[in-house]
Design a protein around this ligand. Sequence first.
Ligand SMILES: CC(C)(COP(=O)(O)OP(=O)(O)OC[C@H]1O[C@@H](n2cnc3c(N)ncnc32)[C@H](O)[C@@H]1OP(=O)(O)O)[C@@H](O)C(=O)NCCC(=O)NCCS
Length: 224
Amino acid sequence: MIGPLGAMGSNDRHDETIGLRIPKWELPLSRDGVVLDIGAGGRIRVRPIRATDRAALIETFARLSPTSRHRRFFSQMNELPEIWAEKLTSIDHSLHRAWVVFDADAEAEPGGSPEQGVAIARLVSQAEDPTTAELALAIVDDHQGRGIGRALMDLLLSTAAINDIDVIRADTLRENKAMIHLLRSRGAVAVVDRSDGAVVSYDLRVPNVDETTGALYDLIRRAP
Ligand SMILES: CC(C)(COP(=O)(O)OP(=O)(O)OC[C@H]1O[C@@H](n2cnc3c(N)ncnc32)[C@H](O)[C@@H]1OP(=O)(O)O)[C@@H](O)C(=O)NCCC(=O)NCCS
């Protein structure tokens, strides 16, 4: 059965290990996802994205600042085009996995806000190389600095580990200090870093993790 998160696993996929700091989740498991206590940042609820989240994704994008939109998509968009929203929600959950995040504390308040996304995290592999996945993270500005990025990074790492992904690649703007800090803190190294370029590519070798942690994504999708 599912245990507490954060313990390192026993399989030896890679020699190096890092201490993942994924918080404990609250049971029972349901398709609504799980609530994670992220310490001083409060509680978040996470679940795999659904095709029916398309309109909500467009609405969540609208709550990102222009700077955050640019840091996530490397282009200036006033709104997320329908076709992109479809592509980002109608996913196969195999080569393309995505978590959507809600503010569990706000939801718990009397008259709390309806299901309103505060962050998205995704891993996308190509069929020709399913052992490498590209990472993308976006946290709505009002919720940045709460530790959500940190928790999601560890959730992605454990999800990658259980799904035989060896390397997570992240392209980030050189000026994106928070993202670069997050990547480096997990051991990522810059692999393409041209001094004249605005974008730096980082590779992160996926460490050993507790298998039950990584299985969380598929467990939620199968939950009643
Ligand atoms: C970058 C981003 C994902 C970080 O998520 P977050 O929830 O705000 O970050 P957290 O609160 O979890 O903090 C993560 C770490 O970054 C550090 N950090 C935050 N802002 C920082 C800054 N300006 N410079 C350096 N480090 C910073 C935090 O101190 C923390 O470090 P720690 O783990 O050692 O304590 C988020 O700000 C975001 O979505 N930005 C817009 C979109 C984007 O940049 N996406 C990334 C491109 S793929």
